[in-house]
Write a protein that binds this ligand. Structure first.
Ligand code: BGC
Length: 510
């Protein structure tokens, strides 16, 4: 029994020893396996990280180079763009339905600088509607202006024609009562001619008549395309019992040209580089084969080029994938190609697309989530921010840091990331300036004014975007050589108000 016991206890001992040994062995084995697995995981994680890093670094270099290359327009390309604009201008002067609409403005005289009187000017440029009273003083050299601005809401931009034109009539009514201090029912504008600046592609059929061809700059208001906008305005005035008659319908570029020519007779072109872009210039009647309006005493006509539509057929300007994305998501896909690469409504959005791409590919803001930042929000990156970014010359780009945090909720950016943001803005801004210069080189070439003329330029991009004018000037030298010295870029202001008044004043001479 004892032996049984011994043996059984031995067995017991043996069993437990075995279990113990097995347990330890298993434990050790499991521990070893786990450890090995962990080590393996860590090693492979590290090697994956290394691999990702290497690939990412290569990608980063590639992405950087690609973005630089995509946005850079060489001198050769710019020369081709200029030549092509001249060609398209000729085609547009020849017949309707071309890419460049080349619209005769019915303005056939430049002001003499002696025009006088009191005028009303209405100005729809984009997000603002302005009502102004313009006084051209008796010596013909001074202009006085009283004005009131009204914001055109997004709702109005997308609403109906009646809503929009009633809003204009209401604004005029408020202006007459509040600014002029007159009662609307007594107001008789016969002694005050009205110029209506409507800065969209209008097919002009008389000086005070014209139909909207297509909306631009984010407007989609229904019931206006194909209609005479002066008629729509007069109907709205009628609904509000306002006895005012429009004497002139004006594009802002034409107004800019005319108002600048009032003080500088060398002015032969007016350009807008603002929310949208466009140019007008003086053309000789014999160069406008499509003109069927009969003889013109001056032999000249101001042409509204509507150059914003240039290259809609994508022939000369290299587009980046960001331009294509912006276009597809816009209110007017396939339209206004040149405008979308130049004007204030779009420059910020192009930069945003490029930055989002850099963020998605891990080139910048790696640790941040795109959706948490406001960089993912369309049109949140305003062109005004690009100006601010390009103006930051501090060593640590501290203002860009503040802007990224305040506006986009991107905090703790590195200096390198901020330099990338700045570089993207530079590339987009530089390209816009160079393309604008190509447009101006084309105008000057077409007018045969290489020996000298003034180009009046208005608009927020030209006025406020840092280095824009200088970059244009550099590009103009690349394109025209020494002749560029003969071309004067003059900052124009309020062509839309003063120009409309002057054109109303010139109305009798047409
Ligand atoms: C319009 C032009 C206008 C320009 C500048 C463009 O979108 O089509 O008519 O002159 O913007 O305001």
């Amino acid at each position: 029994m004892s032996s049984d016991l011994i043996s059984s206890s031995n067995l017991f001992f043996f069993n437990h020893t075995l279990t113990f040994i097995f347990g330890i062995t298993t434990g050790v084995t499991i521990f070893t396996i786990l450890r090995t697995l962990q080590d393996f995981k860590a090693t492979s994680q590290q090697s994956t990280n290394n691999a990702v890093k290497t690939v990412a670094d290569q990608d980063a270099e590639y992405i950087k180079k690609r973005i630089e290359a995509d946005f850079t327009i060489s001198r050769e390309t710019l020369l081709r763009v200029t030549k092509h604009i001249v060609m398209e201008m000729k085609r547009g002067l020849h017949s309707d339905g071309q890419t460049l609409k080349m619209i005769p403005s019915f303005v056939t005289n430049l002001p003499k600088g002696t025009e006088t009187g009191s005028y009303l000017a209405l100005d729809l440029g984009g997000s603002n509607f302005r009502v102004c009273e313009i006084l051209l003083s008796t010596d013909g050299t001074r202009v006085r202006c009283r004005q009131k601005k009204f914001i055109v809401s997004e709702e109005l931009k997308k609403g109906t024609s009646e809503m929009l034109f009633d809003f204009f009539a209401d604004a005029v009514d408020i202006f007459i009562r509040e600014v002029l201090g007159e009662s609307t029912s007594d107001f008789n504008a016969e002694y005050k001619k009205l110029g209506f600046t409507f800065s969209f592609p209008i097919k002009q059929t008389a000086l005070n008549q014209g139909t909207l061809m297509v909306w631009t700059k984010g407007f989609t208001t229904s019931g206006v395309v194909g209609k005479d906008v002066v008629n729509l305005l007069q109907e709205a005035f009628h609904r509000k019992n306002l006895r005012i008659t429009a004497a002139a319908l004006v594009n802002d570029t034409v107004g800019t040209l005319i108002s600048h020519a009032y003080s500088d007779p060398q002015t032969n072109a007016g350009v807008i580089l603002g929310t949208g872009t466009n140019a007008a210039y003086v053309e000789r009647i014999e160069n406008i084969p499509k003109w069927t309006g009969g003889p013109v005493a001056s032999g000249k006509m101001v042409i509204n080029t509507e150059w914003g539509a240039f290259d809609e057929d994508h022939i000369v300007i290299p587009l980046t994938k960001f331009d294509k994305k912006l276009d597809r998501a816009s209110n007017n896909p396939g339209k206004q190609t040149f405008e979308k690469m130049i004007s204030g409504l779009y420059l910020g959005e192009i930069s945003r697309y490029a930055l989002v791409d850099l963020m998605k590919t891990g080139f910048i803001f790696k640790t941040k989530n795109l959706e948490d930042s406001l960089l993912s929000k369309p049109y949140h990156f305003e062109t005004a921010y690009m100006s601010r970014i390009e103006r930051d010359h501090s060593k640590d780009l501290s203002d860009i840091n503040a802007l990224l945090g305040d506006v986009f909720k991107i905090f703790d950016s590195t200096l390198e990331e901020r330099s990338v943001v700045k570089r993207v803005c530079e590339l987009v801004g530089l390209r816009a300036a160079r393309l604008s210069a190509a447009g101006i080189a084309a105008l000057v070439t077409k007018m045969n004014k290489l020996d000298g003329c003034t180009v009046a330029i208005d608009g927020s991009v030209f006025e406020h975007y840092p280095h824009f004018g200088n970059r244009m000037r550099d590009a103009l030298f690349e394109l025209l050589g020494i002749s560029a010295e003969n071309i004067d870029f003059a900052q124009a202001r309020d062509g839309s108000g003063q120009g409309a008044a002057l054109i109303a004043a010139l109305a009798d001479n047409v």
